[in-house]
Design a protein around this ligand. Structure first.
Ligand code: OSB
Ligand code: MG
Length: 425
């Protein structure tokens, strides 16, 4: 079996309201979608990189470039004999004198062996299911010769996984080991122009049924808005905050004073690389510290937990290089009794479908940033995700059709395209 064709679609999807964080403001979701054609069928994946390299170093145009120049050709050539026979790959090798073809092949074998060991160690957990998707499971090791670029790699792996599961007639939820048919949803609320506007927005979400509110904070937008929302919601409502690295060690006393608002957690107050300051905050406050940006894979997750830098983990498959690595992080956290929840990156229905399937795993013990399509878009690129009612108020249903279980609307992908698709064969 093999991957025959990779298409990169760049699309701009209008947001129903601007989304502002400590690192910027977006009015449209500029998104990169990957469509793969394998000998068994087609699949779609969504790249979570943003338009600009502000949340992470990755961004849409960079992800498209690294796929076109390195990752795509490597996947397409994987099942043929020698790299040297292929013009593009040879060009890459010659461009980079520090890497010979021999070194590449050795690296890949070592990475593959490491991945097998990790999968074996996790046997019995969700990661055991990786054995049933051999084509998707081969993607990470094929792409390991490229450093970083996890979001780009994750999009490719997700597309291959979708194609492979569709061919098997299995849903992502089934493949991942979902234990529930509906998942609890929270909503991530951006920085608002005024506290009154914030309260209006939050009350709208409460009326719609969201089970948890997350407020974006930054220096100058913290104690007052958080206090106002806590007062409006009452003590029992689940409330948490996300700083997206906007604070420094000098702010530890201020952040510790958020304890007064009985938050579920405080997410990523300090720089991605700065585990030590997160440890200091965790020692200085009662509110659990939760890392997002710092968690790049199962190794960094276990290390951050061991050091006391995080006691709850935000799982975003794109940030970790793919859904299969996300399964490993889930299993490791579960073994360590660390609750996880599913983050979000303003995904369209393509990425949302896979996130909702992941959030149905047993270690996902807190509501995720897996909101309904209408929280983001007037029209989604797939059939919309809608909150349930009655006992399923504030929940999304886990898709159960093959693959992601949703259908991409080609008409909208074409209508909202910002460039002609790039096609790799
Ligand atoms: O830090 O969780 C984050 C969106 C873009 C980049 C980073 C983050 C977010 C969100 C939105 O909080 C979550 C969502 O609703 O998809
Ligand atoms: Mg976050």
């Amino acid at each position: 079996t093999g991957i025959e064709r990779i298409e990169l679609h760049r699309v701009e999807v209008p947001l129903v309201r601007p989304f502002e964080t400590s690192f910027g403001r977006e009015t449209v979701r500029e998104v990169l979608l990957v469509r793969v054609v394998t000998d068994a069928g087609e699949g779609w994946g969504e790249c979570v990189a943003g338009r600009d390299p502000f949340y992470s170093g990755e961004y849409v145009a960079g992800a498209a470039s690294v796929i076109e120049r390195y990752l795509g050709p490597a996947l397409l050539r994987r099942h043929t004999a020698a790299f040297e026979e292929h013009g593009h790959m040879t060009g890459v090798l010659i461009d980079d004198p520090s890497r010979s073809a021999g070194v590449w092949v050795d690296d890949r074998e070592q990475h593959a062996a490491g991945a097998d060991r990790r999968a074996a160690a996790a046997a019995g957990g969700a990661a055991a299911s990786i054995a049933s998707v051999p084509l998707a499971a081969s993607v990470a090791s094929t792409l390991a010769f490229v450093a970083g670029h996890r979001m780009a790699k994750a999009a490719l792996e997700a597309a291959v996984l979708d194609a492979e599961l569709r061919a098997q007639g299995r849903s992502m939820g089934e493949a991942f080991g979902a234990v529930r048919e509906w998942v609890d949803c929270g909503v991530s609320v951006g920085i608002a122009p005024t506290v009154d506007e914030l309260l209006d927005e939050v009350s709208g979400y409460v009326e719609q049924g969201y089970r948890r509110i997350k407020l974006k904070i930054k220096p100058g937008w913290d104690l007052i808005p958080v206090g106002a929302v806590r007062e409006m919601l009452g003590r029992d409502a689940m409330l948490q905050v996300d700083a997206n690295t906007a604070y420094t060690a000098d702010d530890i006393p201020l952040l510790a004073s958020l304890d007064a608002f009985e938050l579920l957690l405080i997410e990523q107050p300090f720089a991605e690389e700065d585990l030590a300051t997160h440890v200091r905050l965790a020692e200085a406050c009662e509110t659990p510290v939760c890392l997002d940006e710092s968690i790049l894979d199962v190794t960094t997750a276990v290390d951050a937990i061991d050091r006391g830098a995080t006691s709850i983990v935000n799982i975003k498959p794109g940030r970790m290089g793919g859904y299969l690595e996300a399964l490993r992080v889930h299993d490791a956290c579960r073994a360590l009794d660390v609750p996880v929840w599913c983050g979000g990156m303003l995904e369209t229905g393509v990425g949302r479908a896979a996130n909702v399937a992941l959030a149905a795993l047993p270690g996902f013990l807190l509501p995720g940033d897996t909101s309904a399509s209408s929280r983001y878009f007037a029209e989604d690129l797939t059939e919309p995700f809608e909150l349930g009612s009655g006992e399923h108020r504030g929940q999304l249903r886990v898709p159960d059709a093959p693959g992601t279980g949703v259908t991409v609307r080609d008409d909208l992908v074409r209508a909202w395209a910002t460039a002609a698709p790039a096609v790799l064969t």
